[in-house]
Design a protein around this ligand. Structure first.
Ligand SMILES: Cc1cc2nc3c(=O)[nH]c(=O)nc-3n(C[C@H](O)[C@H](O)[C@H](O)COP(=O)(O)OP(=O)(O)OC[C@H]3O[C@@H](n4cnc5c(N)ncnc54)[C@H](O)[C@@H]3O)c2cc1C
Length: 404
């Protein structure tokens, strides 16, 4: 294998480059990133970095000299503007570069509000990049009032940070409940109660009609139903869209994400893809995951296959979220569940939600239950499905289920 070009200097792109080298690839690696900084981890952006507890330097996945040491040509601030799969070239920074293999790790972009809704007012933010957080951080000041649009993980994590910093928070979710897309009502109930205890006003089944402002700066919002809320700033946490622009321009198949097969191959020969930008085969359909686990594991699988391994990507997904003093850990993917049982924890604030399809255990949400999470992950990895009634019984020793 000669020159590998990677487009997207994020979690997946960095993992892919590292894996190529660790698996013995000796050819050229060029890693293009549109952002002006080297690859960094995003999870702390809505957690410890936003509170100011984590320094910027700790966000970076690798020290800058690592790229030179590994012979990886890192081209930050250089978006790739076109791919020609027939000629096997990419265009970036006014140059055209040929490749032997190309990997797209372009990630996702946040949904924004239309200008008619006030999306272009000052003080309206989305939270995806380091630059986004640096822009919004000064607004998270004691006594400020925030409106958060969207009750998914990012909106909820930002709400927790805001409360910690003394910001008054109203969070609206247009679905009937927060976390509806990703969790069962039992987990939503737990998280809602947690935020209400910390003073967040959560309005479910409530959408934004429009933002209001004065002199180009947001001042509040009108919600569906007519209620008005005052806000010094607004965070739009309304989900992300896979960044498929480049892939579509190159004629690659895309269906809610760049379509890849279980080898991480796109529809064009010699072009692979990994991370948030892809949809891949899972349980008989195509899924898109937004997680560090998926970005790294799929990227490593793509790297192996670029080097000829012919390895299938068949993950047991996992994910986490930190809100206040609660660590939510998720093992597996609950997609297609038809039954849920809850297991009370030993101490206050501990609980877990177990998702089944028929008798098959699919996933577990563990709230402040690190040991339950570990056992659940191992059960799912091992294809073991303890009976739901057994799991729900607090007297059951979960670890013993691993030996069953
Ligand atoms: C605030 C926040 C908190 C999160 N918290 C968690 C968490 O707690 N747990 C968890 O598992 N996951 C979390 N995630 C999700 C996780 O960070 C993502 O799933 C992961 O970053 C995806 O990696 P990626 O490489 O696919 O995409 P990204 O990290 O988005 O990287 C893609 C990169 O490609 C670049 N790019 C796009 N187009 C081009 C182009 N044409 N040319 C050059 N470069 C291009 C983009 O600028 C971007 O830098 C969080 C995400 C956010 C935003």
């Amino acid at each position: 294998m000669g020159r590998v070009i990677i487009v997207g200097g994020g979690q997946a792109g960095c993992a892919l480059a590292a894996r190529l080298r660790s698996q013995g690839h000796e050819g050229e690696i060029v890693l293009f990133g549109a952002e002006p900084v080297p690859p960094y981890q995003r999870p702390p952006l809505s957690k410890a970095y936003l509170t100011g507890e984590m320094a910027e330097a700790r966000l970076y996945l690798r020290p800058e000299e690592w790229y030179a040491d590994e012979g990886i040509a890192l081209r930050t601030g250089t978006p790739v503007t076109a791919v020609d799969p027939a000629a096997r070239t990419v265009s970036a920074g006014g140059e055209t570069l040929s490749y032997d293999a190309l990997a797209l790790t372009t990630g996702a972009v946040p949904r924004t509000l239309a200008p008619e809704q006030g999306g272009d007012l000052g003080g309206v933010y989305t939270l995806r990049t380091l630059a986004d957080v640096d822009r919004m951080a000064p607004a998270f000041a004691q006594g400020a009032r925030a409106l958060i649009v969207g009750g998914g993980y990012i909106g909820l994590e930002a709400a927790a940070v805001a409360r910690k910093l003394g910001v008054a928070v109203t969070l609206i979710e247009m679905a009937p409940r927060i976390l509806q897309r990703v969790a069962a009502p039992e987990t939503s109930d737990y998280v809602r109660a947690l935020h209400r205890r910390h003073g967040v006003e959560i309005l479910e089944g409530t959408a934004l009609d429009r933002l209001t402002g004065a002199a180009g700066q947001v001042a509040g919002a009108v919600l569906t139903g007519g209620r008005e809320v005052a806000a010094d700033f607004v965070l739009v946490g309304a989900g992300v869209l896979p960044d498929v622009a480049l892939a579509q321009g190159a004629g690659l198949e895309s269906k809610g994400g760049i379509v890849v097969d279980d080898r991480c191959r796109t529809s064009a020969p010699g072009v692979w893809a990994a991370g948030d930008c892809t949809v891949f085969p899972f349980r008989g359909g195509l899924v898109r995951l937004e997680s560090v686990q998926n970005a790294i594991d799929q990227a490593e699988c793509a790297a192996d296959n670029i080097l000829g391994a012919d390895r299938a990507y068949d993950p047991v997904p996992w994910f986490w979220s930190d809100q206040y003093d609660v660590k939510l850990q998720i093992a597996g993917l609950n997609l297609g569940y038809d039954r849920v049982v809850t297991r009370p924890g030993a101490a206050e604030g501990q609980a877990s939600t177990w998702y089944y399809r028929g008798d098959t255990l699919l996933a577990v949400d563990a709230m402040n239950e690190a040991r339950t999470y570990m056992v659940a992950k191992r059960l799912i990895e091992g294809g073991k499905s303890p009976a739901a009634e057994v799991v729900a019984d607090p007297a059951t020793d979960l670890k013993a289920l691993l030996r069953a």
